[in-house]
Design a protein. Structure first.
Length: 181
C-alpha cells in the first residue's frame, strides 16, 4: 500500500494551483506597487503556498513568519489561539500581506488580523489558498482567495492531518477511514 492510497480524491490539481498562483502573484504585484511590502506566512500550513507565491510577486518584499497553535491532531478547531513564534521585526509603516493556507471558521485569521493591525502597519490584507466559506463562524475580510472549496477536510500542498500529507503536490480529500477510528 502506497502512502497516498488514503487520498480519496484530488480536489485541486498541481496544474490548477500553479496557474492560480501566477494570477494571484500578478494581482498582488499590481496592487502593492510602490508599497513597503512584508509578506507574513502562517507556519506551517502556508509554507508551500508561500514559497510558490513569493516567486510570482515581482517587486521588492521581505519575508516573515509566525506560528500559532491550531488543531493538534483533530479535524475540528479548538477555538484556542496561541502564538508559538512571533514576527522577527516591527511592522510599523509596512504593508502586511498575510499568507494562509485555508480559512475555515475564520477564528485564526480574525485573531491574527486584529493582532497585526494593533502594531500600526500601513495596511493588513490576507491571501489564502483555500476558502471554506460554508464553515465561517467569525466574519473576517479575505482579500485574495486561491480557490473556494466545499466543506471537506483537505490535505496536501502544505495542509496536514496529524502533521502528515503536507508534501503532497496537490489538494486532496482523505478517505474517512484515514482519520476515523
Ligand atoms: P480556522 O481558525 O477555523 O479558520 O482554521 C484555520 C486553520 O485550521 C488553518 O490554518 C488550518 O491549519 C486548519 N484547517 C482548517 N481546515 C482544514 C482542512 O480541511 N485541512 C487541514 N487543515 C485545516
Ligand atoms: Mg494553519
Amino acid at each position: 500500500m502506497r502512502w497516498t492510497d488514503s487520498v480519496e480524491k484530488i480536489l485541486v490539481t498541481e496544474e490548477q494551483i500553479k496557474a492560480r498562483i501566477a494570477e494571484l502573484g500578478a494581482q498582488i504585484t499590481k496592487d502593492y506597487e510602490g508599497k513597503k511590502l512584508i509578506v507574513v506566512g502562517i507556519l506551517k500550513g502556508a509554507i508551500v503556498f508561500y514559497s510558490d507565491l513569493a516567486r510570482h510577486i515581482d517587486m521588492p518584499m521581505t519575508f516573515d513568519f509566525l506560528s500559532v497553535s491550531s488543531y493538534g491532531n483533530s479535524t475540528v478547531s479548538s477555538g484556542e489561539i496561541k502564538f508559538m513564534k512571533d514576527l522577527d521585526q516591527p511592522v510599523e509603516g509596512y504593508d502586511i500581506l498575510i499568507v494562509e493556507d485555508i480559512v475555515d471558521s475564520g477564528r485564526t485569521l480574525s485573531y491574527l488580523r486584529k493582532n497585526l493591525e494593533a502594531r500600526n502597519p500601513n495596511s493588513v490584507r490576507v491571501c489564502c489558498l483555500l476558502d471554506k466559506k460554508e464553515r465561517r463562524e467569525v466574519e473576517v475580510e479575505v482579500n485574495y482567495v486561491g480557490f473556494d472549496i466545499p466543506d471537506e477536510f483537505v490535505v496536501g500542498y502544505g495542509l496536514d492531518f496529524a502533521g502528515m500529507y503536507r508534501n503532497l503536490p496537490y489538494i486532496g480529500v482523505l478517505a474517512p477511514s484515514a482519520y476515523e477510528v
